[in-house]
Design a protein around this ligand. Structure first.
Ligand SMILES: Cc1ncc(COP(=O)(O)O)c(C=O)c1O
Length: 445
């Protein structure tokens, strides 16, 4: 199939790009393309407006093509396109780290830049191992993840992750990984608003696994404080607090993967602040610079940084890790502008203010066709559909496509629809999203 790039007028071919996490043949038979974006909207190449119910891929928290961010990137590109980050620095990288540290939890003010959430996951695992080694406990090497967790697609993240389909083809890429169970409990918690009441005890499994492996061998546990990719699984009340207490008891590091929950998604800078549970290491990416340029970061407690850095001989590289594009000048310029925009427009607070309205609109879908659960927190919503017999995920895909045709971008994971709109969303956008979903659910089998 041949199509045109509306920006350049040149013809495009769909054959060469092997698309990520996409049913390539299905997509290329009936492509859905986006060509332009602004504020709450995308436009297709033929000019159809699509209301963005997902902030791109949970990442455009300030809305699309915001002028201060666009201008910062343009200015930086015209000034210095690239600078090596190994043994050289550039001012905007330090500014970006300071801006990110400013919203990080107390005592977590050291920032290691990556280019994605996947790289953040693998970096965090290496930081945890390097920390225990520097501390004189090199036997602590086991990483504990959680079923249905998603930490990207690099080796550490794939193995610590807990989505069976993402893991099954690769065997044991990394030794010494174990998993606690997921917290999803439809029987007890269906249609919970905010944090579900039941399930804090699922955290006890962490203690069981630590005892089983012996604490002297366990380095870290990595969880998303709210699991996004596996279908919006909100932590039960008391659950994260229990994980924290168990980690403290056994000297195990707690890593929060906040790639989705970071930068206002839950109405606070990070889930750590929303839930008042501080991890030792905090991964972020998506909304760090409003997704203008790829970027991720691992934020660590000062003492973790100091243990690794101060423990190494003077003059030697302390942490032999990094990427050519760590702290890329364009990404950093976008991050500084984005963090300023978040503050200037009070977008994190705005997410919290909009939460009750979003919650009420979302839960009005209770009783809509196919719906078996609705859950929400901050500006995140999950609508679980009953899977069609024998074809799990088909109904979700169809709902996604029909919503797109009806002018709304809604994400799906299996048969769970997920909403995570830009934090600038208004009441009428919320109503339009919900009504589109209601109509679409009525129209599909
Ligand atoms: C919690 C979490 N961690 C890691 C990642 C991977 O990020 P990336 O796709 O930027 O590699 C994602 C992506 O959705 C995520 O949701």
């Amino acid at each position: 199939m041949k199509l045109e790039n509306p920006l350049t007028g040149s013809m495009i071919s769909l054959d060469e790009w092997w698309m990520p996490f996409t049913a390539n043949r299905h997509f290329k038979a009936a492509p859905r393309l986006l060509a332009r974006a602004e504020g709450m909207y995308y436009w297709t190449p033929d000019g159809r407006q699509i209301l963005d119910g997902t902030a791109g891929l949970w990442c455009v928290n300030a809305g699309h093509n915001r002028k201060p961010i666009v201008e910062a990137v343009q200015k930086q590109a015209a000034t210095m396109d690239y600078a090596p980050p190994f043994n050289l620095g550039h001012p905007v990288a330090f500014e970006a780290a300071t801006a990110v540290a400013a919203v990080a939890p107390e005592g977590m003010k050291r920032v290691f830049f990556t280019n994605s959430g996947s790289e953040a996951a693998d970096t965090a695992i290496k930081v945890a191992l390097a920390y225990h080694r520097a501390k004189g406990e090199p036997s602590r090497r086991i990483i504990i993840g959680r079923e249905r967790g998603y930490h990207g697609v690099n080796i550490g993240g794939t193995m610590a992750g807990g989505i069976p389909g993402n893991r099954k083809a690769y065997g044991a890429l990394m030794a010494g990984v174990d998993h606690i169970r997921a917290t999803h409990d439809l029987a007890r918690n269906a249609y919970s608003k905010g944090q579900p009441a039941h399930g804090a005890e699922f955290a006890d499994e962490l203690e069981r696994l630590i005892m089983f492996h012996d604490a002297s061998n366990v380095a870290a546990v990595i969880v998303e404080p709210m699991a996004g990719s596996a279908g919006v699984l909100i932590p039960p009340k008391g659950y994260l607090e229990k994980l924290r207490a168990i980690c403290d008891k056994y000297g195990v590091l707690l890593i929060f993967d906040e790639v989705i929950t970071g930068f206002g998604r839950l109405g606070a800078p990070f889930a750590a602040q929303r839930f008042n549970v501080k991890p030792d290491i905090l991964n972020c990416a998506k909304a760090i610079n409003n997704a203008a340029v790829p970027m991720g970061a691992v934020i660590v407690k000062n003492e973790i940084h100091d243990m690794i850095v101060n423990g190494a001989p003077e003059g030697q590289i302390e942490f032999l890790h990094g990427y050519t594009y760590s702290a890329h000048p364009l990404a950093c310029a976008a991050a500084v502008a984005t963090q300023k925009l978040y503050v200037d427009e009070k977008l994190f607070e705005r997410a919290r203010t909009m939460e009750p309205m979003f919650e009420a609109a979302l839960h009005s879908l209770k009783g809509a066709r196919h719906v078996i659960d609705i859950r929400n927190l901050g500006l995140v919503g999950g609508i679980e559909l009953e899977p069609r017999a024998g074809v799990v995920g088909k109904r979700g895909l169809e709902a996604h496509i029909k919503c797109f045709e009806a002018g709304a971008l809604v994400r799906f994971t299996g048969d769970i629809l997920a909403l995570s709109p830009p934090l600038i969303i208004e009441k009428d956008h919320i109503e339009r999203l919900v009504e589109t979903i209601r109509t679409v659910l009525q129209s599909i089998e």
